[in-house]
Ligand binder design. Structure first.
Ligand SMILES: C[S@@+](CC[C@H](N)C(=O)[O-])C[C@H]1O[C@@H](n2cnc3c(N)ncnc32)[C@H](O)[C@@H]1O
Length: 234
């Protein structure tokens, strides 16, 4: 079944420019020049609205590949009258590698990404070694990487990968926690918590001492969802 595309005319929504220029100034989408934060898979936007309201000194890009999710996020951002959030319909790896400059992000947030629970679908998960390497390249020194999931197996996989990767340092005293005080709850988090299921949180940071030349530019495999790009400009 194909879903009807909702036309998004919100002033906080920005279609990606057709000709990507790595490092093109997405920061220019915002009225204030402030550090840039990315939320990947913003869903209906409830997380970003809470976070952006608490952190007016930061600019937030909320992205999702889901047209209706972008629409709902825009409505929420407008209702909250936030000038520090912009919404893009974009695939995470595509946006990073085609539109952002290295070291341009103060933080990346990923909440309850699609878990792909079946073993044979694990390679469809967004957060794997290649992605973490890519994220490192776009985080500024000291930039934060937050990951949360209801899916324990996904959390354990990511928690096992990060310590193996030069360039990341754990901000927490454990690989995983089930409470992160002050962290806003997203729709999916709330749903799972109400069902009595814990949310697993990971918070790492790009090592501020890491020499930029030691980070390889991203070599992203074509991977699942990357041909999504074709529908982006409809
Ligand atoms: C399970 S939902 C979680 C939504 C929200 N983060 C929350 O916690 O309520 C995952 C979201 O990520 C989006 N998504 C999945 N893969 C993506 C990708 N590669 N790039 C951008 N968004 C993606 C989906 O469209 C969906 O809206």
């Amino acid at each position: 079944m194909t879903q009807r595309m909702i036309e998004i005319t919100s002033p906080v929504f920005f279609p990606l420019p057709r000709d990507p220029q790595p490092g093109a100034d997405l920061a220019a989408l915002f009225p204030e020049k402030q550090p840039l934060v990315l939320e990947i898979g913003c869903g209906i936007g409830d997380f970003i609205v809470q976070l952006a309201a608490r952190r007016p000194e930061l600019n937030f890009l909320a992205i999702d590949i889901y047209n209706k999710g972008c629409f709902k996020t825009c409505n929420r951002v407008e209702r909250a009258e936030l000038s520090n959030v912009r919404v893009l319909r974009a695939e995470a790896r595509y946006l990073l590698t085609h539109y952002l400059a290295p070291e341009s992000l103060a933080a990346i947030y990923i909440n309850c990404p699609d878990p792909w629970p079946k073993k044979r679908h694990r390679d469809r998960r967004l957060v794997r070694r290649e992605f973490l390497q890519t994220a490192l390249y776009y985080l500024r020194p000291g930039g934060d990487f937050y990951f949360s999931t209801d899916f324990q197996d996904y959390a354990e996989d990511v928690a096992a990968l990060l310590p193996e990767m030069a360039g990341y340092v754990n901000v927490l005293d454990r690989p995983l926690v089930t409470e992160l005080p002050g962290y806003p709850l997203s729709k999916y988090m709330r749903r799972f918590l109400q069902q009595g299921q814990p949310i697993h949180f990971i918070h790492y940071r790009r090592n501020p001492q890491l020499a930029p030349e030691t980070i390889a530019p991203p070599a992203i495999d074509p991977g699942f969802r990357l041909n999504w790009r074709r529908v982006e400009h409809v």
